[in-house]
Write a protein that binds this ligand. Structure first.
Ligand code: IVH
Length: 674
């Protein structure tokens, strides 16, 4: 027994020592021992663990490799969604952002935390009782994939942190990146081995993180940089983004030393320009900088729109441009009938991918840019957006240029094309009568953010349409194993998988269904808003152009599109068929204002520990009943919801005469029928 205690102490000292050396090597970049000395420590620990397997704890450095995920990655639902950032490209947009922030907060000056925008992969790391227990990718922002076993191979991620004085569960968010020089070395190695080479460091990092065998990930030089930390009651411990970075540094979780605090737009721009100068020399790729309102109280007050915070913005670098030549121009018919001229290009490498097509947007753009077949052009690719032709290189114009004229009829269904008043786009108005539009709308219906039918790609949709197994999206729900197995290249397994994912998609939400219908002007966020506002299909049908405009972000044009859609017999028949074929949705019901008049439109501040509810639950209840939770007590605060150990906020509230309520009051208001 005694021996075990001794061994345990020895093992834990070794673990701590190895972690310290990892930190020195991977984070500080100042190793204090040689590689072979490091290996000796690791071997020593491994031999102890062999001798006494109880010593193998989840935070042991020996647990960084060799973990195999079974067949696929488990899904992980994020406690709080992992959001996106809005972008600005121009100085004027940045000035407008700063102005809006100050106006909304009613203040004259504000301080920002500024950081590089890593071009990697967002991940969330969960530490419980100080031990790294779960790591997940961002996924769609709500649900990601469990990649704990692969994240453990990243030596700069501590497997244990010192969380004394902090709550038991801590969530750290940041990005996994691959250094540029490591990426080139990896590609050289891959090439020598005759294996896949990666287009850019981000793809290499993504490919490495999504390996089922962590032994492979362990051979890939990945790094992690944190930009946020979160835990219950964080607002009582930290006041700002810079405080978060300080805490991360204390916990020895890697951050960059490029984070700064600045006080006005000029300083934001100076930071941006400084990073632009440093960009090439940085070891990793970045695609811009991020400006965050520093104070958490202010962040809270500003809140979110849709899926991006109103307190932060990404200032993106201009997209990379490259020279190419137009071999031909033709047109594509989009989902809503828009006819887009497309340049077929000499294959050109830009921003990490080989581009062969670029959008020319519409006829007037084509004329304005004076684009001809055979012209040399500058093309640009920004993020995941379709590449576009920026301009013609007039000085290189060849003799054999050919003029392109827009067709008068749809290239697919021959309908005469029309331009609507005030619009630049030529359209085929044949709707689902046009095979191109029909196919595009089915692709949209099946897409991830719509009905999310996994495995139903363009080729299969072509096959289903050609064989007349489907004519519209509602027919998807009549497909079965027998009908699919008769298709070429369809085995039993693939047929079964497709039937399964089609069936799975039947259970959806009203927001997704509305988005999937592909109504003009109705994107994902608007669809969700409509669903929340009206709750049912029949209620949407009952609206007028005017009442539809009551929904946030819906203006007269889109309101008319929605109205027309729900008053068109073809579309309402389609919806009826979908429902008859088993599509079901959860209503996204908005709580009626008045159900809890004490909460609706009131401003709450929470403080202290509540007897039964977690802070998050209390926030959700208040939110559901139309109230707002902020973290600063001010004259605008209506109630302070106080639990035990309430601190200075309660005092301040009392001095301002803000009404103090308890958890019991809140529960009573939401359950008592008036
Ligand atoms: S803050 C709600 N800070 O950019 C705040 N994000 O467009 C959102 N990203 O996938 C995150 N560097 O992973 C933040 N310094 C940084 C970042 C950063 C890169 C990524 C992030 C997310 C995307 C959002």
């Amino acid at each position: 027994m005694k021996k075990n205690i001794e061994l345990e102490a020895k093992a834990s000292a070794l673990k701590a020592k190895i972690q310290e050396h990892n930190f020195n090597y991977y984070v500080k970049d100042e190793p204090t021992i040689s590689d072979s000395q490091y290996d000796v420590l690791l071997k020593e620990l491994e031999s102890l663990e062999k001798q006494c397997p109880e010593l193998i704890t989840p935070d042991s450095p020996s647990q960084r490799v060799g973990m195999l995920s079974n067949t696929a990655f488990n899904q992980v639902k994020h406690t709080k969604p992992m959001l996106s950032l809005s972008n600005v490209f121009y100085n004027e947009e940045l000035v407008a952002f700063d102005k809006r922030v100050k106006t909304d907060l009613g203040i004259e000056s504000i301080s920002y935390a500024v950081e590089p925008k890593f071009d990697g992969l967002a991940v969330a790391l969960i530490y419980e009782q100080g031990i790294f227990t779960l790591g997940a990718t961002r996924g769609d922002g709500f649900t990601g994939e469990d990649v704990t076993h692969n994240l453990k191979t990243i030596k700069s991620i501590p497997l244990k942190i010192n969380t004394k004085n902090l709550p038991p569960r801590i969530e750290v968010r940041g990005e996994v990146v691959m250094f540029k020089e490591d990426f080139f070395a990896l590609n050289n190695k891959q090439e020598e081995l005759g294996q896949k080479v990666f287009a850019n460091p981000r793809n290499a990092a993504a490919g490495s993180l999504r390996q089922l065998d962590s032994n492979i990930t362990a051979t890939r030089p990945l790094r992690f940089y944190a930009y946020s930390i979160d835990f219950d009651g964080i607002e009582d411990n930290l006041a700002s983004q810079s405080d978060s970075i300080k805490l991360l540094n204390q916990l020895k979780i890697p951050t960059t030393n490029l984070v700064k605090e600045v006080k006005n737009v000029d300083e934001l721009l100076a930071y941006y320009n400084d990073i632009v100068d440093k960009r090439q020399a940085l070891p990793f790729d970045i695609d811009g900088v991020v400006y965050k309102v520093n104070s958490f109280n202010y962040q809270d007050e500003l809140g979110f729109v849709s899926r991006a915070p109103r307190w932060a913005v990404a200032h993106k670098f201009p997209a990379e441009e490259a020279e190419s030549q137009i071999i031909d121009i033709d047109v594509q018919v989009g989902r809503t009938g828009a006819i887009t001229p497309v340049a077929r290009l000499k294959p050109t490498f830009v921003s990490g991918v080989t581009v062969t097509n670029a959008s020319l947007h519409n006829e007037s753009e084509l004329l304005r840019k004076d684009v001809h077949i055979n012209d040399y052009v500058l093309i640009r690719r920004a993020g995941d957006v379709v590449p576009e032709v920026v301009s013609v290189i007039q000085s290189k114009r060849p003799k054999n240029i050919k003029t392109f004229t827009m067709p008068t009829n749809c290239p697919v269904c021959n309908t005469t094309l029309k331009k609507e008043e005030g619009e630049a786009v030529l359209r085929c108005n044949a709707g689902s009568q046009c095979p191109a539009q029909k196919k595009q709308s089915i692709m949209h219906f099946a897409s991830r953010k719509a009905m999310d039918i996994d495995g139903l790609g363009e080729k299969i949709i072509d096959q289903l349409l050609e064989s007349s197994l489907i004519d519209d999206v509602s027919d998807l729900y009549t497909l079965n194993l027998e009908s699919l197995q008769n298709l070429e290249r369809f085995g039993e397994k693939s047929a079964q998988n497709l039937v399964e994912s089609i069936n799975k998609s039947k259970e959806t939400t009203l927001g997704r269904l509305i988005y999937a219908l592909g109504i003009r002007g109705v994107g994902e966020a608007t669809a969700k808003d409509i669903a929340k506002e009206f709750g049912t299909i029949s209620n949407i049908k009952a609206q007028t152009v005017v009442t539809l405009e009551d929904v946030d972000d819906i203006g007269p044009t889109v309101s008319k599109f929605i109205f027309d859609y729900f008053n068109d017999l073809n579309s309402t028949n389609l919806i009826d068929k979908l429902l008859a074929n088993g599509v079901r949705f959860k209503a996204e019901v908005k709580k009626e204002v008045g159900e809890a008049p004490e909460i609706s439109e009131k401003v709450f501040v929470l403080t202290g520990t509540l007897p039964t509810l977690k802070r998050e639950d209390a926030k959700e209840i208040i939110d559901q009943y139309g109230g707002k939770v902020t973290s600063t007590v001010s004259k605008k605060t209506d109630y302070i919801l106080a639990g035990s150990d309430a601190g200075s906020k309660l005092e301040k509230a009392q001095s301002l005469g803000v009404k103090v309520i308890t958890e019991d009051d809140l529960i009573k208001w939401t359950t008592e029928k008036k």
